[in-house]
Design a protein around this ligand. Structure first.
Ligand SMILES: [Zn+2]
Length: 323
């Protein structure tokens, strides 16, 4: 395993902690299986991003990794420089000698963390989208977060009876999805943070875990507006529905509702659907529908003929009638 964690996070080697964090956040958001889908490729990519961040965000592990990486690229440079001259036998030997494993490097038994100070794990920030209705009424969201856990087989010791733990590959930890039921309180504001204590990055050398912060984004649906607990929605009706009246179906947050259009309904007329608004603290708002008379596009020849007929029989001038 010779992964280039800088390449994975798409950052130069001498990036600052902030730059590493920001690159990680952007990629983690983009490749989160909740967003990018649950295909094995996506999960692999997401794991790689997390692994890269895990190493590069940890001062001690990053220093180790940088040393190993420099050694590895030095070895590779030398290899490519010589390869023109080498016969296949020496080339093979070289490959063998430089084909070391990062996890072996990190799990060298003589490395001793015991005397290192403990440190709290980093906080993780993740985004969560809710609708404005959910924000007002409160809701529960299920989210899945990839978390690093101490390997249950070797209990983080990396070796079992002197051989590398097959379950975690000698890393001492495994990545698993943890499912959270996140309760979002009624009346939450856009960009509020919800803190899940100690669900962030693992603590170092016995330190406490970091926290997981969910940043709540309240999205206003395109077809609705809200005004307090009331929901405002514009509904299109055709000219003949406006003249003759009829029943139309309106979708509300409480399901479909049949709405009676009275004969001679005006453009811009408002109709109140009581109790179809947002519920909060045992109060419930209404839905206020604004009628918009729309001329249908792509009228058929038959319809145009009927309009012509209407023009002939309609004796009164509309501009005289509006006084
Ligand atoms: Zn293990």
């Amino acid at each position: 395993m010779t992964k280039d964690y800088y390449k994975i996070l798409d950052i130069p080697e001498f990036s600052s902690t902030e730059e590493i964090k920001s690159a990680y956040r952007n990629l983690a958001r983009k490749w989160h299986p909740d967003v990018a889908g649950n295909s094995p490729d996506v999960i692999q990519k997401f794991k790689e991003i997390n692994e890269a961040y895990e190493i590069l965000s940890d001062r001690i592990r990053k220093a180790d990794y940088d040393t190993a990486r420099r050694f590895y690229s030095y070895a590779k440079d030398n290899h490519s420089k010589n390869s023109g001259k080498c016969d296949s036998e020496t080339k093979k030997n070289e490959e063998k000698s430089f084909n070391f494993n990062w996890s072996d490097f990190f799990s060298r038994p003589n490395r001793n963390f015991e005397d290192k100070p403990s440190r709290k794990g980093d906080d993780i920030y993740s985004d969560i989208d809710i609708s404005v209705f959910e924000a007002l009424s409160g809701t529960t969201k299920i989210i899945n977060m990839l978390q690093t856990q101490v390997c249950s087989k070797c209990r983080g010791k990396k070796f079992i009876n002197g051989t590398k733990c097959p379950y975690c590959g000698g890393k001492g930890e495994t990545s698993v999805y943890k499912r959270f039921n996140v309760k979002i309180p009624a009346g939450i504001k856009d960009k509020s943070k919800i803190r899940l204590a100690e669900e962030g990055e693992k603590g170092v050398n016995g330190g406490k875990n970091g926290d997981l912060y969910l940043i709540v984004h309240v999205r206003e649906p395109k077809s609705y507006k809200t005004e307090g607990l009331n929901i405002l929605k514009t509904i299109a009706i055709s000219p003949h529905e406006a003249v003759l009246g009829g029943n139309i179906t309106v979708s509300t947050i409480r399901g479909n509702v049949s709405l009676k259009i009275a004969p001679n309904t005006r453009n811009g007329q408002k109709i109140r659907l009581a109790g179809c608004g947002i519920e909060q603290n045992k109060k419930i708002g209404d839905m206020i529908v604004t009628i918009e008379i729309q001329i249908p596009r792509n009228l058929t020849a038959a319809e145009i003929n009927l309009y012509k007929k209407l023009q002939e029989v309609s004796g009164l001038n509309i501009r005289e009638r509006i006084e």
